[in-house]
Design a protein around this ligand. Structure first.
Ligand code: CA
Length: 225
């Protein structure tokens, strides 16, 4: 385990911290827990971990947003924030502070593990698509030329349709909720209905056909495989 990547968990609720630690250890990570933002910054600066799981509400002087902003000064260390409420203020606050993703409590530890894996995949320097082409199933998304090909044939898409399929391809293998898709494609400040996502997905399915390996994840949203 000497070379196992370390994850720092910043959470003042001991039960949640212990649960998160248990699941992350099972996944082969080393875990360092602290309940204070100030202490977290010391730990992170002394030895930068592979990722930080950061609760918004902390016991000390600094809350999760403060810690996130402080880490972001000169570092792109991946950060997964935990928020107490599915409150727009918390979500927007988290992304403005520089978080890579967020989870709303209560969350399933399994989902946390999935999110952690997804963030780590995205933050790998050699991840597919670093050169601008994301491939998933029978489709290729060229984010530089803004072109989508289905089984090698270019398909014309509307702007939002392109953005949506590019976002799904960049997160392939990861189930994304409609809200996450709205945040990621339309922007966190966008005020609208989650059915907007379904409407665009229908268009994508129509235009890209079976080449689009898109699965509807019941009760969650969509996943591109
Ligand atoms: Ca807390």
């Amino acid at each position: 385990m000497a070379d196992a990547p370390t994850i720092v968990v910043v959470e003042d609720d001991a039960n949640i911290a212990a649960l998160v630690e248990l699941y992350l250890r099972e996944e082969g990570f080393r875990v360092t827990i602290t309940d204070r933002g100030e202490r977290a910054l010391d730990i992170i600066r002394a030895r930068p971990p592979r990722l930080v799981v950061l609760d918004v509400g902390l016991a000390g002087d600094l809350d999760g947003f403060d810690v996130c902003r402080a880490v972001r000064v000169g570092s792109d260390l991946p950060i997964l924030m935990l928020t107490a409420r599915d409150d727009e203020v918390d979500r927007i606050g988290g992304f403005e502070a520089g978080a890579d993703d967020y989870l709303v409590k209560p969350f399933s530890p399994r989902e946390l593990v999935v999110r952690v894996r997804a963030i780590l995949r995205r933050s790998e320097p050699n991840r597919p698509g670093a050169e601008g082409v994301l491939a998933a199933g029978g489709i290729e998304v060229d984010t530089v030329r803004r072109e989508v090909r289905a089984n090698g044939t270019p398909v014309a898409l509307a702007t939002r349709e392109f953005d949506l399929v590019a976002h799904l391809a960049a997160h392939r293998g990861q189930a994304l909720s409609r809200q996450q898709l709205l945040d990621g494609v339309w922007g966190a400040g966008w005020v609208g209905d989650e059915r907007t996502v379904d409407v665009h997905v229908r268009q994508l399915r129509k235009k890209l056909g079976p080449a689009l390996g898109l699965t509807t994840v019941w009760g969650i949203g969509y996943r591109l495989d």
